[in-house]
Design a protein around this ligand. Structure first.
Ligand SMILES: [Zn+2]
Ligand SMILES: [Zn+2]
Length: 268
């Protein structure tokens, strides 16, 4: 079996017996569930869950697992004239989601913001022609299922196709990455932030945290570095990690205002 951690949704290497522990959940940024370490499998997930598919805007679809599983993040398919990118990942896909993606031209690259969303990335890659998976090298230690399809990138930015760019922000994880899509938001630009810049439930602010579930904020200098990394880019919309948490417009100002609020709170 290839065990999947029930709390964080990460798939591990094939083994006769699941590991004793999940290093991602043992880490201070995550937690072990109230019932202790639990495992499931892709087959079991598919028997209990389906993928909710939402058309977000032209050439952009989001996917999430229903009912809720693991951390509960969204993954996105961005379509560009040069090819498609899967941004962030889930612990499963179903036949309907795979068909939806294939009808739109499949997946050329898989890119993931940080280790909490590595999920079942190798399964997704296999389903879509062994698409390369781009992960930041600074988070390489958190890969729980290795694959020749994983390509580690280094440095601060990486250009993909269709003008899309990966931007390393650090913060929540050293290799914490956001994705910039200049054609998004009807050409005004969109940013996909995962947990690296977290869209708040009010959809008017973002949060800069080192651990979200354990409520540990990111310090002032790291928060400023995250905001500075995205500031050269023109964007209006911010797609956060979780379903419906999207800042539809004014995203650039939201980040500036939220950083000011965050620094003020920390200086009290
Ligand atoms: Zn885990
Ligand atoms: Zn995270």
């Amino acid at each position: 079996m290839k065990p999947i951690c029930v709390t964080c949704g990460t798939q591990f290497e094939d083994s006769a017996v699941p590991p004793d522990r999940c290093p991602i959940c043992q880490d201070e940024r995550q937690f072990v569930g109230l019932d202790g370490q639990q495992w499931t499998t892709l087959e079991d997930l598919r028997s209990r869950h389906e993928i909710d598919i939402v058309l977000q805007e032209k050439a952009l679809t989001s996917f999430s697992i229903e009912p809720h599983f693991g951390i509960g993040q969204r993954a996105f398919l961005l379509q560009t004239p040069e090819g498609n990118i899967l941004w962030d990942c889930l612990s499963m896909f179903d036949a309907a989601a795979a068909d939806h993606i294939r009808r739109r031209g499949g997946v050329q690259y898989i890119c993931i913001s940080h280790p909490h969303y590595y999920a079942a990335m190798v399964e997704w890659s296999r389903e879509f022609g062994n698409a390369p998976i781009y992960l930041h090298r600074d988070d390489a230690e958190w890969v729980m299922r290795k694959s020749p399809q994983i390509e580690f990138w280094s440095g601060e930015t990486k250009r993909l196709l269709g003008g899309v760019k990966l931007v390393r922000c650090g913060g929540h994880f050293p290799g914490g990455t956001v994705l910039y899509w200049p054609a998004g938001a009807e050409g005004k630009g969109a940013l996909f932030t995962g947990d690296i810049i977290q869209v708040a439930p009010d959809r008017k602010h973002v949060a800069f945290m080192w651990s979200y579930p354990n409520w540990v904020p990111l310090g002032p200098s790291a928060s400023k570095r995250v905001a500075a990394a995205v500031s050269p880019h023109n964007f209006d919309r911010i797609y956060g990690a979780f379903p419906k948490l999207t800042i539809a417009t004014g995203g650039k100002q939201v980040i500036a205002d939220s950083l000011r609020r965050h620094l003020h709170a920390m200086s009290e």
